[in-house]
Design a protein. Structure first.
Length: 240
């Protein structure tokens, strides 16, 4: 059977690529909020939202009005509108709450671009991404299947990641009659009914003292300064 599968890698963009990623994230957020505002107004007036096609037709005029939108990947902006449309459709089906405006202060920022005409490709040491070109990445596994899209994320620790979504044929595993019971605990992470014991790694206690020290350092430094930003990234890395 065919199934979607994501392959996540850490990427190492150069300064120009990192700047363009940040621009694309900002432009995607602007486009999402712009059309969400129109969608909300339409919903309040008519009880119905807009649709993807009507919003997609407004993208070219919006780019003419804001020239900086032309600097980033155009497919990522279309994907943003598509994501908004799908979010509102789920809201109408009562599957989730009404979409909310995106905030630039959100810890994790991202954008998604679709595969078309070979614009996304995975090599041994680089990943080809729209507008970014070849980006270095940590090759930890082979990407299998037909590439559908790529989502680029920036974490609070200023690390960048890409998730490659593919479609591939998966053979279901054979059914077995063997069963096992698992007991989660504090002293040991898990104990299985067959006697297997998984020890508790105790990551919290391992990093707790260092985290407290850096949080105090962060609170003492002037917000917005370079030293404050260094402490903020250190705290984010420890949480991560």
């Amino acid at each position: 059977m065919k199934q979607h599968k994501a392959f996540k890698f850490r990427i190492y963009p150069n300064k120009q690529q990192a700047t363009l990623i940040n621009k694309t994230i900002g432009c995607s957020r602007f486009v999402f909020n712009h059309f969400l505002n129109k969608w909300n107004a339409s919903f309040e007036e008519t009880g119905k939202g807009l649709n993807y096609n009507s919003c997609a037709k407004e993208l070219p005029p919006l780019k003419k009005q804001h020239q900086w939108l032309k600097e980033v990947d155009s497919i990522s902006l279309q994907s943003t509108v598509k994501n908004l449309s799908e979010a509102y459709n789920r809201f109408f089906k009562k599957q989730n709450q009404k979409p909310r405006f995106k905030n630039k202060k959100n810890p994790t920022q991202s954008y998604t671009t679709k595969f078309t005409n070979g614009n996304i490709e995975v090599f041994e040491k680089h990943i080809k991404l729209p507008k970014l070109g070849l980006v270095k990445y940590a090759n930890s596994r082979n990407v299998e299947g037909r590439i559908i899209s790529a989502t680029i994320r920036r974490n609070p620790s200023e690390k960048y990641f890409v998730s490659i979504l593919t479609e591939l044929e998966i053979q279901p595993l054979p059914k077995v009659e063997k069963m096992i019971g698992i007991d989660l605990g504090i002293k040991d992470f898990a104990i299985c009914s067959d006697g297997t014991v998984f020890p508790n790694p105790k990551y919290l206690s391992k990093y707790e003292k260092e985290l407290i020290r850096w949080q105090r350092t962060l609170s003492r430094r002037e917000k917005g300064g370079s030293n404050w930003n260094k402490a903020r990234i250190k705290v984010a890395c420890l949480h991560e």
